[in-house]
Structure formats: structure tokens, C-alpha cells
Design a protein around this ligand. Structure first.
Ligand code: HEM
Length: 241
């Protein structure tokens, strides 16, 4: 655990690099993949895209787990792993209208971030197991439950981003795009690791490009699942008649 509260005044504040490129690429790809997976979740027609986006999410989170150990200063888990005391102190500072300023993730936001990563793993793992028919109906229900919990957590995350942005008078969403925030000079990261961001982006693009061929060549389970769905669909039509 580290003390990342920053103390600065108007004279020392300057623009510093906080989020490296891989973290930003990870974030926006994860957000997009989640949104896409959510929108395609109920449709048989978009099933392949839904599954593709689920794999993408799992791969991205896998990358983030490694980057959380070896990444740049503010991306490392050790930089935003706070105990309950710090979370309460931060929330209290918000309540008193004197919010503690963190250059990296604040303690309350960190909780949402760990929850999002954990729920992302649960949701995609349960989705994969459902798709591969590794268990009964309960797996599909677990998948839906985890996905709903994740949606709720995304809503809390977005609310937290808006509230913190207003209270701190800094646009946190823009910082997740540019990588920069106002801080004391010297507190920023020295390298943005743009090459790794490019590799991550290229890896996801290559996976999407290669996916249909891979899928055709794999998993009886996947094919059986699709067949099963079709079968179920036929029954449903039949019952409707
Ligand atoms: C328009 C939608 C979104 C916006 C504007 C947004 C904005 C942000 C911002 C500003 C941060 C940094 C918070 C801070 O300063 O401490 C952040 C972090 C994060 N957000 Fe989002 N977010 C969005 C959607 C999502 C979605 C849909 C997910 C998950 C499915 C997500 C997952 C995360 C994660 C995991 C982090 C931690 C980033 C890291 O350190 O790797 N976000 N988001």
C-alpha cells in the first residue's frame, strides 16, 4: 500500500503524465467490449460477436493483471490497494467538501476497479463454461447474474467518475484519454510505453481478424451449444403454433 495523496497548490501544479498508453488502450477496449457484449447478449443472431467480445474481455483483463504487477507507477496494483480505513477517510473528505486529491486512482474508485476486474473474470468464465456446455442451467444463470452485477458496478463506476470529476474540478474521463492530469511536477511517469499499447491493440485486432476461422475449427461444445439453441428455438416456435 502506498500513500499517493498529493498536496499541491496553484504554483506547483502542472500537467503530468499519469496513465501510460497500455492502461488507456486496455480501458477503452474493455469498456467497448463490455458494451458490445452487453448489447449482443440476448440475441442468437449476434452470438458469435458476443462470444468474441467475451474472449476479448478476458484477454484484456489477463493483460491488466500482469500490468498491475509490472506496469508503470500508477498502473500498479500496489499504487491503489487501499484498506477500508483509507476508503472511509476519502469518503469522509468528500462529505466534508474537502476531497483528498489522488493523482492515481482514489481509494473509493479503486474498490470499483477491483470489483470490475473480478466480475469481468467471473462473467466471462461462466459464459465460456455455458458456451462449452460444461455444466447445467445454473452456469447460464451464474453468467447472467455476474453480467448484471458488472453492469451495476459500471454504473457505480461512471457515477464515481462524474462525482469525483465535479468535486475535484478535473475531467477524469479526459485524463483516461490523454493520460495527463494536473499534479506536482516530478510526480508524473517518465515513460508511457506506447509500443506496448500498440502491441495490445494489434493483438486484439489480430484476434478479431482470426477468430471466425479459429472458431470453425474448434469446440464441438460450441457447435453443440448453437445446435441446442436452434433446437430450443424450433420448440419455441412449435409451442407458439
Ligand atoms: C463512457 C464510459 C466510461 C468512462 C467515461 C470511464 C472512465 C474512467 C476513468 C476516468 C477512469 C480512471 C478513474 C480514476 O481517475 O481513478 C476509469 C478507470 C477504469 N474503468 Fe472506466 N470508464 C467507462 C467505462 C468503463 C467500463 C464499461 C468498464 C468495465 C467494463 C470500465 C472499467 C474501468 C477499469 C477496470 C478502470 C481501471 C483502469 C486501470 O487502472 O486499468 N470503465 N474509467
Amino acid at each position: 500500500m502506498t500513500d499517493e495523496v498529493t498536496h499541491m497548490n496553484a504554483t506547483t501544479a502542472t500537467k503530468v503524465r499519469v496513465w501510460d498508453v497500455p492502461t488507456r488502450v486496455f480501458h477503452w477496449l474493455l469498456a467497448g467490449a463490455f458494451l458490445g457484449a452487453w448489447l449482443t447478449g440476448d440475441s442468437e443472431r449476434w452470438r458469435d460477436i458476443h462470444v468474441l467480445l467475451g474472449y476479448t474481455m478476458l484477454g484484456l483483463i489477463g493483460f491488466r493483471l500482469v500490468w498491475g504487477l509490472v506496469g508503470s507507477r500508477y498502473a500498479r496494483f500496489s499504487a491503489f490497494l487501499y484498506g477500508p480505513g483509507r476508503v472511509l477517510r476519502y469518503l469522509d473528505s468528500l462529505r466534508r467538501g474537502r476531497p483528498e486529491h489522488y493523482l492515481g486512482h482514489n481509494p473509493a474508485g479503486s474498490l470499483a476497479i477491483f470489483a470490475l476486474l473480478g466480475l469481468g473474470i467471473l462473467t466471462t468464465a461462466a459464459g465460456y463454461a455455458t458456451y462449452q456446455e460444461l455444466g447445467g442451467d445454473w452456469l447460464e444463470e451464474a453468467h447472467e447474474l455476474a453480467a448484471n452485477a458488472m453492469l451495476l458496478m459500471v454504473a457505480i463506476h461512471l457515477l464515481g467518475v462524474v462525482v469525483s470529476s465535479v468535486l475535484h474540478r478535473e475531467n477524469l474521463a479526459r485524463a483516461m484519454v490523454t493520460g495527463d492530469k494536473e499534479g506536482a511536477s516530478g510526480d508524473g511517469i517518465r515513460r508511457s510505453h506506447a509500443w506496448l499499447g500498440a502491441v495490445l491493440l494489434a493483438a486484439v485486432a489480430a484476434f478479431w481478424y482470426a477468430y471466425p476461422q479459429d472458431r470453425a475449427a474448434t469446440g464441438d461444445g460450441a457447435a453443440a451449444w448453437v445446435d441446442g439453441q436452434r433446437h430450443e428455438g424450433r420448440h419455441r416456435h412449435h409451442d407458439d403454433d
